[in-house]
Ligand binder design. Structure first.
Ligand SMILES: *Cc1c(COP(=O)(O)O)cnc(C)c1O
Length: 463
């Protein structure tokens, strides 16, 4: 953070308050391609466009707030992941990041697989035609009913998360006369976040069976004994928004260690290893994510090296990126409402959405960028906090960002990189209907999840 930055805006004093910002960017009108979807640009009038459609037109047609998703960008990122791993590995898109039937169809067309973690996600995937054998079913507390639906549908794998679930899935499969392909999710004692990882006590969480103390080995023993199960591999997911590959190195080392122990004890070499998702994206200009081909190369090399050392055949690798595919492809468009300048502090800019369409800032102090998109401006930068319309002072969308000092009610501003974990975590807090998701491509926009209405809200309220 820079304290020498002097925003030129009239609303500010000489010294900036504490915050998570650096100096204002040289030109507030530039839309950094790092954080914006690939087709985003400004037209001759300075209005931002996506997929060839300008945001003023999009706001007129679809209202605000709304999520606009760059379909070409989504498809190209999905393809980049699939191509990077090639035919020797499988890429499972993590549906919890954002799932809709259109997205399921795109993924299927681009040759990806799909992770789901609830009956609702499974229903969405199946209703959009994702072949069941390309679906993996996750979750730490799947209900018997969900397990039954998944086995009946013929999902490609169920990722077992606990000792109880080993028995439960085996039982359901046997009842249905099936042999269900399963993986066991293990916790390897590594937790990775953003720029660091911690390789100590991170068995202390709800997901997975700890490697430590021989628990994972015992889970494998039990799964191998049950007729209803076909154990195909071991699964590990170490965290989210990861930039550094060292956490994956430790995880792969430990998972391969388990595969070696399994071979030594049972004489079987499990054919698959799943390294989970969690690869980071750029939310601000300071973030530098790796390209899928670099990640694929690094992960493949790590697993191959570990397997050679353990004298194991290299198993088929799968990965589960969610955020890294959908995150960068969408932005949220808001209309500016009230503006409250506070001398010597910052300017509060209220928008027509908030924590109901993006809970991540309130939930885990996530950082975002923001830009004025309905016009350009020559005014200097003002330090702003973008807040929502909810009755909650923690209702912050962008904690610290610079916007032009002449920002006015009615301007459109947009927050990039909101494709993942925004619509999928949206709520109806304050009975605010959830915004639509609109796909934009080749000069045309198409609603893929419509805006909720007050009728939708009232329909559930049966009095
Ligand atoms: C959340 C999750 C993912 C996806 O994480 P991203 O950070 O969106 O890539 C993948 N696998 C599992 C098991 C998860 O829980």
């Amino acid at each position: 953070m820079s304290r020498s930055a002097h925003p030129a805006g009239p609303r500010h004093a000489d010294v900036l308050p504490e915050g998570h910002y650096s100096a204002p960017p040289a030109d507030l009108n530039v839309l950094d391609p790092k954080v914006w979807a690939r087709t985003v640009a400004r037209d001759a009038d300075g209005v931002a466009t996506v997929g060839g459609v300008d945001v003023k037109t999009l706001a007129e047609q679809h209202g605000t707030p709304a999520y606009f998703l760059d379909e070409a960008d989504f498809r190209s990122r999905a393809r980049a992941w699939r191509d990077a791993f090639g035919s020797d590995a499988d890429v499972f898109y993590a549906g919890k990041a954002f799932l809709s039937r259109a997205v399921v169809r795109w993924l299927h067309e681009e040759g990806l697989h799909l992770d789901v973690c609830s009956g609702g996600e499974l229903a969405t995937a199946l209703s959009a035609g994702m072949p069941a054998d390309r679906i993996a079913f996750h979750g730490n507390n799947k209900s018997t009913q969900e397990i039954r639906r998944a086995v009946e549908a013929g999902v490609g794998r169920i990722v077992l998360d606990s000792f109880q679930e080993i028995v439960r899935v085996a039982h359901v499969a046997q009842e249905l006369g099936r042999r269900q392909r399963v993986q066991i999710r293990v916790t390897v004692g590594v937790e990775a976040h953003t720029h660091e990882f911690i390789a100590t006590a991170h068995e202390d969480q709800k997901f997975g069976v700890p490697l430590a103390g021989g628990q994972a080995a015992e889970a494998v023993r039990r799964a191998l004994r049950l007729d209803g199960l076909e154990l195909i591999g071991i699964h590990s997911h170490i965290g989210s928004q990861i930039f550094d590959m060292s956490g994956f190195e430790v995880a792969a080392h430990r998972v391969v260690g388990l595969l070696r122990d399994i071979r030594d004890e049972h004489g079987v070499e499990l054919p698959e290893i799943d390294l989970g998702g969690g690869l980071g994206i750029a939310y601000t200009s300071g973030d530098d994510p790796r390209e899928p081909h670099e990640i694929a190369k690094a992960l493949t090399e790590i697993v191959t090296r570990e397997c050679e050392a353990a004298k194991l055949r290299t198993p088929r690798i799968s990965v589960e990126p969610g955020r890294a595919i959908v995150g960068p492809t969408a932005f949220t468009l808001y209309e500016v409402g009230t503006i409250k300048p506070l001398d010597n502090l910052r300017t509060y800019v209220s928008v027509d959405g908030g924590m109901s369409d993006n809970i991540r800032t309130a939930l885990y102090d996530a950082e975002y960028s923001v830009a004025l998109v309905s016009r350009t401006s020559d005014a200097g930068p003002m330090l702003a906090r973008v807040v929502g319309k909810h009755c909650e002072s923690g209702d912050i969308v962008v904690k610290d960002a610079f916007l032009p000092a002449d920002l006015a009610p009615g301007d459109l501003i947009a927050v990039p990189a909101t494709g993942a974990y925004c619509r999928s975590m949206a709520s109806n807090y304050n009975h605010v209907p959830r915004p639509p998701v609109v796909a934009v491509q080749d000069g045309a926009s198409r609603v893929i999840v419509r805006r909720e209405t007050e009728e939708d809200l009232l329909r559930l309220d049966v009095g």
